[in-house]
Design a protein around this ligand. Structure first.
Ligand code: G6P
Length: 370
């Protein structure tokens, strides 16, 4: 069994460590270096169709839904197309406004999630073009979609998804750039700039994986708590939603992820002496605002961890109790790095509590009932 796990104690840790390879494999053959562009010859979606897209719906469950939250920011920023995110089990029942100019993107690691499959069928029946981002080529979702963008994460065994999520992010970066090229919303230099940063991600994640000790120490510390909060703004808010889910899934510590600016509208009532607040602070355009939100919880007794870049550590330490640093990338790509810290945090918290990391109670890897 240890051999299957490649020498790692758990599949989850092995899969966290496989992320640099998953990033490279998902990018492989999809970047034309000579012309600084993304090439996705597998797509049937025509240039004409892409130019006509009026709106995008991203539909998925669980961790794949969280990847879609990042997908939204990527498509909106790169291609300037309005995007909505939906949980698959809700999508069909809200009579979504679908036209032939609607692109529906379903995201699913397994390609077998019943709710996602049902949403896909509903979208197609209403005339949308459906693109599936999935890790399993021959899956039901891959077969029923109009187009498939495969993530090359390799088989994921641990129930808590890690490398599938990050590979979905890579797929969204590639697809977002592809839309931008066709629609002319980014020029060659801008695309080249993002591609160069994307190609640096695997090495940056490798470097992080070699320096997990501070994360392990902090995880052992939060394992003593029953409740905690995550906060962030923009991309960081989307990432902490995934971090909070990961922690709940395998450590059973209750946590809530909050948009940092929204805390004062209710949740602040729950902040009491000693409660951990984990703040993800990578978006420099809103950093000052997040720091004021950190001060709001500090003033009410919270113990705050900030996850940010080295260059901000000294300044942040004036307002927080602990800092964990991560490698720097473009603001739009930051999720592919910052989430790794949160995955490790969940892993080590679960380990410290003696839970079954790879097979958490009540959860299934793939849910084939609606
Ligand atoms: C289950 C798993 C989650 C996963 C979700 C969607 O609930 O426990 O980890 O995110 O299904 O799965 P999918 O295969 O569609 O990505």
């Amino acid at each position: 069994v240890t051999a299957e796990k490649g020498g790692y104690e758990h599949f989850m840790l092995k899969e966290i460590h496989e992320q640099p390879k998953a990033y490279r494999d998902t990018m492989l053959g999809r970047i034309d270096h000579a012309n600084h562009q993304v090439v996705l010859p597998e797509l049937k979606l025509s240039v004409e169709q892409i130019k006509n897209i009026r709106n995008v719906h991203i539909v998925a469950c669980g961790t794949a839904y969280n990847a879609g939250l990042i997908g939204r920011t990527v498509i909106e920023q790169f291609a300037r197309i309005p995007v909505e995110n939906d949980v698959a089990s809700e999508y069909r029942y809200r009579s979504p406004i679908i036209t032939p100019e609607t692109l529906v993107i379903v995201v699913s690691q397994s390609g077998e999630t019943a709710d996602t499959l049902a949403a896909l069928r509903e979208a197609r029946a209403n005339g949308a073009h459906v693109l599936a981002i999935t890790n399993v080529v021959g899956s039901s979702i891959a077969r029923d979609a109009d187009d498939v963008l495969v993530t090359l994460a390799g088989p994921e065994i641990a129930v808590a998804s890690t490398k599938a999520y990050t590979s979905q992010l890579i797929a969204f970066y590639l697809f977002g750039l592809y839309l931008a090229q066709v629609r002319g919303t980014m020029n060659k230099e801008e695309v080249a700039h993002v591609l160069a940063a994307m190609e640096a991600l695997p090495e940056q994640v490798e470097a992080m994986l070699g320096q997990a000790d501070p994360i392990k120490t902090y995880a052992e510390h939060i394992a003593k708590h029953k409740h905690l909060f995550f906060i962030g703004r923009g991309q960081d808010y989307a990432v902490v939603q995934e971090g909070s889910l990961k922690l709940k899934e395998i450590s059973y510590i209750h946590s809530e992820a909050y948009a940092a600016g929204e805390l004062k509208h209710g949740t602040l009532a729950l902040i009491e002496e000693g409660i951990p607040v984990i703040s993800l602070v990578t978006q420099e355009s809103v950093m000052e605002k997040t720091v004021s939100n950190i001060k709001e919880v500090k003033a009410r007794g919270a113990e705050v961890l900030a996850i940010s870049y080295e260059e901000h550590a000294a300044e942040l330490l004036k307002s927080v109790d602990h800092v964990i640093t991560i490698p720097k990338t473009l603001p739009i790509l930051t999720a592919a790095i910052s989430v790794v810290t949160l995955q490790l945090l969940a892993y080590y918290a679960s380990l410290a509590l003696g839970h079954d990391v790879d097979k958490p109670r009540n959860l299934a890897k793939s849910v084939t009932v609606e």
